[in-house]
Design a protein around this ligand. Structure first.
Ligand SMILES: Cc1cc2nc3c(=O)[nH]c(=O)nc-3n(C[C@H](O)[C@H](O)[C@H](O)COP(=O)(O)OP(=O)(O)OC[C@H]3O[C@@H](n4cnc5c(N)ncnc54)[C@H](O)[C@@H]3O)c2cc1C
Length: 373
């Protein structure tokens, strides 16, 4: 299918979920530079759905995505896309006002339980005694990114769509109402609509097409895994986060994982963990909990790519016909992917607008591309 109706550049969760959603309406080809899907950000996340991330718009997209995760379409073959994991946000005495503020913001989207010190330690016995206050959402979801990526791919293929891996797009031209993209191996694909879901590389792909950039900023985040204390009831532990962006940790395949919630500016790349953030994760884990991080079992880093206002961008470029931006999912690209895919379908296939609390203008890439008066 070298002449589909729609080309999607990027085989991460953004590109694959949008392609799967569009495939009921058009012939879609996904072009992915790597040999496997989800190799970059989508395969390196903390895999949580929770509301302590982002702001009203991000929470609205997350809430709108929940039904998909809870009742996936048939093509997902009954594979669960995640499992319930409680989310605990905790605070010290001097952080109480910030916890109150977060509580009132989140409570419009999730049912929260307010916890005193005893409740905090009952839910997460690993925390030190200065964790005095908490809010808990017992409906958090630990997502399964593999199931999510594979389910979307299955849906795409079952509707005649295609995935081409090892197809790094190196040239983009527009002629006679069509976009022609050429991979670094010389393979060519043409379509009237080109969806740019290239994650951290989305501005670079935009540049190839000669469109104005959004001003995307990739930021590196690091995760380490290590042994839990002997006898810790891992299955019962929540995803546990400081009220400030300092540390989160959760159970991970019989161990614990933790992130110092770093946001280190980076060029688009195959992100690698830096020793400083690895040490910071271990330090903050020991500062906030009674866990001793004796040996780091594994570590990785990934890029979270933000637009200038930290809201995702989805919509046709105002400066190039048929060029569609799907970028800037930041730290919430998995948990918002079903709603964002429905948004893409709505804007391209003209289906009803799917998220009543978010307007097309709020997501439009045009908000970054207005020329100064
Ligand atoms: C440490 C960490 C923790 C996170 N935690 C969470 C979380 O708990 N919950 C959550 O919802 N989100 C989380 N995220 C964010 C989430 O992972 C991202 O928002 C999401 O994966 C972005 O998806 P994407 O498809 O845009 O990007 P990617 O997965 O990076 O996909 C983009 C793809 O485009 C391809 N590409 C680029 N250029 C080209 C080209 N020229 N030709 C062909 N292909 C190209 C790349 O190879 C890549 O595969 C986290 C991220 C990190 C790093």
């Amino acid at each position: 299918m070298n002449a589909p109706d729609i080309i999607v550049i990027g085989g991460g969760i953004a590109g694959l979920s949008a392609a799967a959603a569009l495939s009921g309406h058009a012939r879609v080809a996904v072009l992915e530079a790597e040999e496997q899907i989800g190799y970059h950000s989508s395969g390196r996340s903390a895999t949580m759905l929770h509301y302590a991330l982002g702001d009203r718009l991000v929470r609205a997209l997350t809430l709108a995505s929940r039904p998909f995760f809870e009742n996936p379409p048939e093509a997902f073959a009954g594979t669960p896309l995640g499992h319930r994991m409680p989310v605990l946000v905790h605070a010290r005495e001097e952080e109480r006002a910030a916890l109150d503020a977060l509580d009132s913001e989140i409570s419009q989207f999730a049912q929260l339980e307010r916890l005193d010190a005893a409740g905090v330690h009952q839910l997460c016995p690993l925390l030190r005694s200065d964790a005095l206050y908490g809010i808990a959402d017992f409906d958090g979801i630990r997502l399964d990114p593999h199931a999510l990526l594979q389910g979307n791919l299955r849906q795409l293929r079952s509707r005649g769509g295609e995935l081409h891996t090892g197809a790094r797009i190196a040239r983009i031209e527009r002629a006679a109402g069509s976009w022609t993209v050429t991979s670094d191996k010389g393979d060519r694909f043409s379509a009237p609509i080109l969806v740019n879901a290239a994650g951290s590389w989305a501005d670079a792909v935009g540049k190839l097409a000669g469109v104005l950039p959004l001003g995307l900023e990739p930021k590196r985040r690091t995760i380490i895994t290590f042994d839990a204390p002997h006898g810790a009831a891992l299955d019962a532990l929540p995803f546990t986060k400081t009220i400030g962006d300092e540390l989160y940790f959760a159970p991970e395949s019989g161990r614990l994982f933790a992130s110092p919630m770093d946001e280190v500016p980076s060029d688009p790349c195959d992100a690698q963990p830096d020793e400083y953030e690895v040490a910071l994760a271990a330090f903050r884990m020991e500062e906030r909990t009674t866990v001793e991080v004796r040996q780091i079992h594994s570590k990785w880093a990934g890029l979270r790519t933000f637009t200038p206002d930290r809201h995702p961008a989805a919509g046709f470029a105002p400066d190039a016909k048929g060029f569609f931006w799907l970028a800037g999912q930041g730290g919430y690209g998995l948990q918002t992917s079903p709603a964002m895919a429905a948004v893409v379908r709505s804007l391209i296939a003209r289906t009803p607008w799917p998220v009543s609390d978010v307007s097309p203008e709020e997501l439009s890439p045009a908000r970054f591309l207005r020329q100064p008066a």
